[in-house]
Design a protein around this ligand. Sequence first.
Ligand SMILES: *[C@@H]1O[C@H](CO)[C@@H](O)[C@H](O)[C@H]1NC(C)=O
Ligand SMILES: *[C@@H]1O[C@H](CO)[C@@H](O)[C@H](O)[C@H]1NC(C)=O
Ligand SMILES: *[C@@H]1O[C@H](CO)[C@@H](O)[C@H](O)[C@H]1NC(C)=O
Length: 526
Amino acid sequence: MTRAWAWLVALALAGWASPGGLPPAAEGARILGVFGHIGKSHWDVFEPLMQELARRGHQVTVVSHFPQAAPRANYTDVSLKGSLTDFSPVGQIDVTEMKVDNMWDVYNEHLLLSQLAVTGCEVAFAHPDVQRLLRSNETFDLLITELFTTDCYVAFAHHYNIPSIGLSSCMMMPWAYERFGNPQNPAYIPDLFHAHGMQMSFWERWQNSWKILLDNLAYEYLYHRPSEQVVRRYFKDLPPLKEIARNVSMMFVNTHVSLSHARPYVPAVLEVGGIHLPQRKPLPKDVKEFLDGAGEEGVVYFNMGSMIRATSMAPEKRRAFLEAFGRMGQRVLWKWEEADMPGQTPNVKTSRWLPQFDILNHPKVKVYIGHGGLLGSTEAAHAGVPMVAIPIFGDQRANVQNLLQAGMALKLDYHDVTADSVLAALKEVLQNPKYREGARRVSEAFRDRPVGPLDAAVFWTEYVLRHNGAPFLRNAVAADLAWYQRWLLDVVAASAAAFVLAVLALRALAARLLPHGPIAHKLKGE
Ligand SMILES: *[C@@H]1O[C@H](CO)[C@@H](O)[C@H](O)[C@H]1NC(C)=O
Ligand SMILES: *[C@@H]1O[C@H](CO)[C@@H](O)[C@H](O)[C@H]1NC(C)=O
Ligand SMILES: *[C@@H]1O[C@H](CO)[C@@H](O)[C@H](O)[C@H]1NC(C)=O
């Protein structure tokens, strides 16, 4: 907080000291937020920004599946809640059905995610309250929307003729780079859906290049074109969605360099990792007693996230975890959605819901077994707790790769879960100091910033408002190049052609000059 104040004072002084002062503050702007994706963990990243903008005096209208529990000043909900009921099974995932870490599963995920994206667009635009909003005389100054699996919601930016900002609750999607002219060099930028680290062998770079290309093709045919068809039914004379999407002013990405590693971002891309971190609250009494009462050896915290039902785990996997925990001195706190657990050992406590961030910050928590979701990983990074990570789907593979590279986690394949492998992994992370050391290093780098992620996001939101969309932030030149120009394929082809021509010319010349050529024959008097 003190940092944020220091920064605000510095900003005010800079504005006062510069000859023209700052442009007028973007006060009381009318901001429209549109979030059609139904994943709660995504909304957890967007909600703090929308709330904070309202708190700072902007008039905020939010179309989403997650209306505020109680009315909030300057904040109007257009609730889509209950409109995507057909997809409720997607809300929770059965671990036993996931074939973990298989390349072809990524394409099954594309099928599922694209269906969800396109249905989400359809449901949002067809919603009577959204139609009422569109037909009203209401005007806005800025659109904030999620930039994830569909561009259909940027149609609002065109409809109201306003600039827009994209938010991403995960790392940048493979199809989000091009529009900002952001480098996406497959030599060192691993595809989000696959678990390559940044350092890749020749074979990995080969795979990564093709995976980025395939993911972009999947986006075009599974996500983009069907979204475009939906939007055309609701807006007349709309330019192609891609053209509107290329005008998105900025993108706020839920990562931080301490965890996602240095990579090139154009000024339009802002890392706001940690923006979702909640205010610390006192722990519930039973949890506090369980943690406080643990001995020196501490507590293992086990949570596979909100999307994966822990209870759907195959019985032999559950028994494997329990057997490993039974052989350990630590207490174990396990997120488990049912009242009791068959075979539960005395050192295990289960609960349907656990205040994860407060638990991770408890000094007795020594290791976190998790699926490598970005929010949980970020919370572990902030708290400096090392992990045993068991990635299941989506961006988890890539997040876990980042945790490994940062030296704060050990990866365990879900397939390989046995009592022995769980015990070995936990022992290694608990006993080898390098993991705790790595987590501490990441934690210190993660927290040390000139300004907190929420303040930064608000500053840049108002910056976009003040500068009419600030189109200069994106690399328009790169974004407007054709793909073969961007990859210099025309230059390589022309150089190769010039080389071939030069070789042919030299050969022809040599044929004339050298022993068997006509000159040689003449010289010999033939
Ligand atoms: C709502 O916005 C107005 C300015 O538009 C501001 O004065 C007021 O403080 C805001 N209310 C709250 C509760 O933040
Ligand atoms: C918008 O419509 C409402 C009634 O629906 C009216 O009270 C208001 O004055 C109108 N505002 C503008 C700017 O036309
Ligand atoms: C994109 O922005 C430019 C410059 O502001 C504008 O001329 C153009 O019409 C916009 N394109 C779309 C499709 O909104």
